[in-house]
Design a protein around this ligand. Sequence first.
Ligand code: CA
Length: 523
Amino acid sequence: MSHSRFVFLGVLLAGLVRLEDFCLAAEPQRPNIVFIFADDLTCQAISSYGEKRRLLQTPHMDRIAREGMRFDRCLVTNSICGPSRATILTGKYSHLNGFYNNSNGRFDGTQTTFPKLLRQVGYSTALIGKWHLVSDPTGFDHWHILPGQGVYYNPPMIRNGEKVDHTGYVTDLITDLSLDWLKQRDRSKPFLLMCQHKAPHREWAPALRHLGWDGDRKHPEPETLFDDFAGRSRAVLEHDMGLDRTFTDLDAKFRRPANLNELQLESWNKYYAPRNAEFRETAPTGKDLVRWRYNRYMHDYLACVKGVDESVGRLLEFLETEGLAENTLVVCSSDQGFFLGEHGWFDKRWIFEESVRTPLLVRWPKVVKPGGVENRIVSLMDFAETFLDVAGAEIPPDMQGRSLLPLLKNQAPDDWRTSLYYHYYEFPVPHHVRPHYGVVTDRYKLVHYYKPDIDEWELLDRERDPLEVRNFYDDPAYAQTVADLSDELARLRREVKETDPPPRSAYGNERFEGEATPESKKR
Ligand code: CA
């Protein structure tokens, strides 16, 4: 080969190498996704949400908010566990994904879900923790779940279809198993990890190390702890989720939770036994009893949140140590909000703010500027499209949410939604919350309680009545607002392809009309 030919070949080869470099560089590195999902975690319990009661410090969740974005109005479409999970997976309302309630719901795993689509574009996918959708998970390379609700201590779990026993506290175990999977993952692929906690779900059983964390503090009370529901719909009056009427022995820790071993029971008794004895001695009644229950509830619930916050800290630290933090989208959220004594309640289900609003904290240093706060209405329904969007995967046209990616980049489109449709079904048990649907805007909520033997409307005005204790529906000054919101509600019902009426099975209980028995009356 002549010299000139040799040089020519060399240049050509160098060019090819550079071309290959260029192609590699042009291929964007797809982000990893860590979805940390708690059950019944509410904004009032997260310090970065700045609730004035200052119930708890959550330094690790606060870190996500500080280094990323806090969404202040992430709303759910049906405020209850299973349905929210089905909505997240499918990006669709309950009436289209078929999972309406926790009583008879069973997720149809043949549906298109975002983990399946991420897997198709080359992601490793894992689900660890609470699943709660009855059928086996689909779309995951690896799954390790609690059966049903699961238990807090020494929980049996199911790993890819096989039963496994564990010793320890559920939040810690789910975190350990999540880290184990991350360490053993296929490093040639981007990953989706769904780390789904049971905590702080009822019966709010803390890690033993957190018992007594509050030094027997009297927790600040919500202004509506003794709400009398004056002027409100009969639906609200007939609730069965009050600290005054619905609090069970298990809730109060007069009865011990399942599965504690002897050694664990000793620590458990060391905290609860003397305090329960004091309760029996003083035997509080009326408002004093409600206050006692509220403080027991806050000790237990918030201790469970402390456990979740520590889990968040461990996952963030791992990403940091592995050098993965920069290009990993970390999303921390919950399947709905929860009442922490507001209206005298625990639980969720209602369209009211504490229940319909859920935490959403997002960190992705490569893309999201630190310290952002987003007030636009977003929804759990948007998660599927967001995950697909950040992974560069195609978004199926029948998903009903919207990718949050533009919001994360501070490039919100002008036509972002200003209202959201809501529909809750499960009735009468548990908690006797009547089926209702409605529209939520920045300021208002228009709600229709429609079943059974009821046909009542409420209009809430968060600007004039942030505690949501008044019904403005029949106030003549609001006639135009009611008319406008009725139009918007009708528009949304068409847009989301609402099925009218919903199938009878949507309500989840065989005995239904005429047999509505509040949970408390059965005991
Ligand atoms: Ca839940």
